[in-house]
Design a protein around this ligand. Structure first.
Ligand SMILES: Nc1ncnc2c1ncn2[C@@H]1O[C@H](COP(=O)(O)OP(=O)(O)OP(=O)(O)O)[C@@H](O)[C@H]1O
Ligand SMILES: [Mg+2]
Length: 375
């Protein structure tokens, strides 16, 4: 599990810290920085995978977009704490040079023992120290062979490399045609058809069973490989005596989104991020979706504008997991647990989390939060 992230100088995240729970939900005004947090976590994950050029290209960004315009610093700094079942807390920190797109300094530490240190173009792995003579992007862990790194570093690399942000899921992308997915949905979900095709019969059956809970007329979810190599996703529905077959191109938006989310939950990855989770999904299905996300085997982070999402959370999950993002008067994104704010916490005594959220004017919270910070 990822316990916390600290990011400095990434877009609106300046000296920004966020604690993460098994299920975390970000709320906050438009422009507070919710999507930026997802982008930052995706960026951290990409550091472990290397190849930041491709990552930037996929997002249609250039490296200059990464820095905060609110500081004059050039490097992006970060610290991530992972709680690992065998090793305890693994802390990974570093500094990314925006031009070379690699971590010019980096450190991995478990309770006082340093497992990796990168500094002055040198790398220290345990007692070994060597000059770095090869080029790489992101973390040096993306450029080292598995045989070179110990089990702590490997565990860290897996945990961070498996963060998946689906912040750009869109119905149009979900309808795209693809030939292969290699276990990835794609940033906008554009590989959905191939992703489901490659996931195998068990996952497909599970997906069908899940979807049937909410689309009672659904009979089957099929995929096939067309002669050209394109993968086609098709559902069959029954209305009375009539059968209706619909391919992804003509499927409804909500079904596609739900399918992508459920398919990703079935397929694995240890940490999934979804932006505006309620998008395109009708209220009746939201409860079902939230129950799934809270019970998922993965760690989950979502953003939402919908009080309904909060209402479906148990009080203790909402208390720990709902973080309110806001901008301080310098324009830096800040996070605070929503139900740590006294005026909001009080409401929980006689309202559900969602009602307390509706009853709260985020615009007026800033002052109260700033007062708290000063104490
Ligand atoms: N390079 C940058 N430096 C500083 N701030 C930036 C930079 N790039 C974008 N921003 C600011 O970051 C803010 C956060 O945007 P973001 O998209 O994360 O908000 P959001 O909370 O997801 O909003 P919404 O609810 O509307 O989706 C925006 O106000 C934007 O002006
Ligand atoms: Mg957003």
């Amino acid at each position: 599990m990822i316990k916390s992230i600290w990011v400095d100088n990434f877009k609106s995240l300046v000296d920004f810290e966020l604690n993460l729970e098994k299920f975390t939900c970000l709320v906050g005004l438009n422009g507070a920085g919710k999507s930026t947090v997802l982008q930052a976590m995706d960026f951290l994950s990409q550091l472990m995978l290397g190849n930041l050029d491709d990552w930037l290209k996929q997002r249609q960004w250039v490296s200059a977009d990464l820095n905060s315009k609110l500081t004059s610093r050039s490097n992006i700094n970060f610290r991530v704490v992972v709680e690992h079942a065998n090793f305890g807390e693994i802390a990974w920190s570093g500094s990314v040079n925006r031009k070379s797109l690699n971590c010019t300094s980096e450190r991995v530490e478990v309770t006082g023992t340093v497992h990796l240190r990168v500094d002055d173009a040198h790398c220290a792995l345990g007692k070994d120290k060597f000059p770095i003579v090869f080029e790489y992007q992101g973390s040096i862990l993306s450029g080292l062979k598995e045989s070179q790194i110990n089990s702590v570093l490997q565990a860290l690399k897996n945990a961070i490399g498996e963060i998946k942000s689906l912040d750009l899921l869109s119905p149009e992308m979900l309808r795209s045609r693809t030939k292969s997915a290699d276990g990835k949905l794609g940033l906008g979900g554009e590989k959905l058809s191939a992703f489901i095709h490659e996931s195998g019969p068990e996952v497909k059956d599970k997906l069908k069973a899940e979807l049937q809970n909410v689309y009672t007329q659904l009979e089957s979810v099929e995929t096939k490989s067309l002669r050209s190599g394109w993968k086609q996703l098709e559902i069959t529905e029954r209305f009375g005596s009539q059968q209706l077959k619909t391919t992804a191109r003509h499927m409804n938006d909500g079904m596609l989104r739900l399918m992508a989310i459920l398919a990703q939950l079935e397929a694995g990855s240890n940490f999934l991020l979804f932006d505006e989770i309620e998008n395109g999904i009708n209220p009746e299905l939201i409860e079902y979706l939230i129950d799934h996300l809270v019970a998922a085997k993965q760690q989950i982070l979502v953003t939402t504008h919908s009080p309904m999402i909060l209402n479906y959370l148990e009080d203790d999950i909402a208390k720990k997991g709902v973080a309110c993002l806001y901008k301080n008067n310098q324009g830096h994104t800040r996070a605070i647990r929503l139900f740590d704010i006294p005026s909001v916490a009080k409401k929980l005594e006689f309202m559900g989390p969602g009602e307390a959220f509706i009853d709260t004017e985020l615009i007026h919270l800033n002052q109260e939060i700033e007062m708290l910070r000063k104490q």
